[in-house]
Design a protein around this ligand. Sequence first.
Ligand SMILES: Cc1cc2nc3c(=O)[nH]c(=O)nc-3n(C[C@H](O)[C@H](O)[C@H](O)COP(=O)(O)OP(=O)(O)OC[C@H]3O[C@@H](n4cnc5c(N)ncnc54)[C@H](O)[C@@H]3O)c2cc1C
Length: 426
Amino acid sequence: MREEHTEIARSIQSIVGPDHVTEDPPLTIGGLSPKLLARPASAEEVAACLKVCSQLDAAVIPAGRMSWLECGNPLKRADVVLSLDRMCRVIDYSPADLTATVEAGLPLNDFNEVTMKERQWLPLDPPGFKSASLGAIAACNSSGALRLGFGTPRDYVIGLKLAHIDGTESKSGGRVVKNVAGYDLNKLYVGSYGTLAVITELTFKLRPLAERSSTLMITSRYRGPLFLLARKVLASELQPASVVLTRRLSPALATEWPDDALLMRFIDSEAAVEHQLKWVRESADESYKTTHLTETEADAVWSKVADFDQHAIRVRFSVPLSAVPGEFEKAFLAHLECVACADIGAGIIRVAFDADELHVVAQIKKLRANAAAAGGTLVIEKAPAEVRLEAEVWGDVGSTAPLMRSLKEKFDPQSLLSPGKFVAGI
Ligand SMILES: Cc1cc2nc3c(=O)[nH]c(=O)nc-3n(C[C@H](O)[C@H](O)[C@H](O)COP(=O)(O)OP(=O)(O)OC[C@H]3O[C@@H](n4cnc5c(N)ncnc54)[C@H](O)[C@@H]3O)c2cc1C
């Protein structure tokens, strides 16, 4: 094994240069210790590294900034981590077309700093978004509280460049917005957690930056009225960017952040935002307290919504909109100390809690059964590897599992790309 290890290290060093290869890096993923961390500088180098791994039967973990490598089911093997953090160029930006092509290691924040100079942006705020690479955000189709108003990465990726395990490269989609004929393979790669190919470049369509963004924090004596008000807003002609009920999130804010708070964000023209704020204020009678957050407060609040990571376990429910209040209450009753965020307009509830090791798998299975009874699903976003293995991150996906397996076999016949990570352990 040591000899093979040395051969892989030598071959990969000859591709990316010795300065960009770390042997025995201080890195464990679900208890596995990859022998090599390689940091290629181009799509061609990524493809060449993959070819070496395929020839030497080494399992490869694609990576960006390596902040969320513990996602998905525990890996079956991990020999080489291929981090694209040196690949951070904006390759092409065409403000007139609202499109841009970038290398996959570019962090979302750095990209938005460039596009905001042209008053454009990529409106995504997934967990960890301040440092996350665009390749990883697309690979995990990660979204946050902006999803209600702006959608998910799948809505913005119009083209991809990919490196495959046999060392070949391919492209899907293109650099213009209307270019899809036949199957839209972007949709397949986005959300495949790096188990089918490594994303080396992405082309995004962008949105114009709105004139104004305003956030209201609304509180009430009980949670029920908060859900009622949210439902009223969602049924109206208003177009909020986010409607989130938070439980026990508490960043340091000038304004008080009580146990339960309803956050509403409007991102639009001055006049449209003003009209919507007025509508909400007039609809919230004296039993509600409505606070218009300052820009700094709003930033702190939305950052906290994106990153509430202080607990050992975090699960994400996706349920029909009508089931959100009920499932929120059930999760809360099961874990009184939980921290939770319900994206009421998208039907997504994130719940974080600490659980004792003996019972946590049973607890997650019970929450998943509740979600299924309400017509929804539960995904484990964070948990120790043994819990993710036993409770299965995505649960039983039923009849789609054979289809997913046959796709994986076509794209990665030796099962070397993040083996075991995705749905049904593929
Ligand atoms: C603390 C924390 C918690 C998070 N929690 C969640 C969450 O609960 N739900 C959620 O959806 N997202 C979550 N994310 C993920 C986040 O939104 C982004 O997907 C993430 O920040 C990835 O950034 P990264 O560059 O560090 O990715 P990495 O940690 O490097 O990679 C994350 C995943 O993407 C794959 N990947 C990375 N780059 C590529 C590529 N170029 N091609 C193919 N595959 C690739 C990796 O194999 C890995 O599976 C979390 C991030 C952080 C930091």
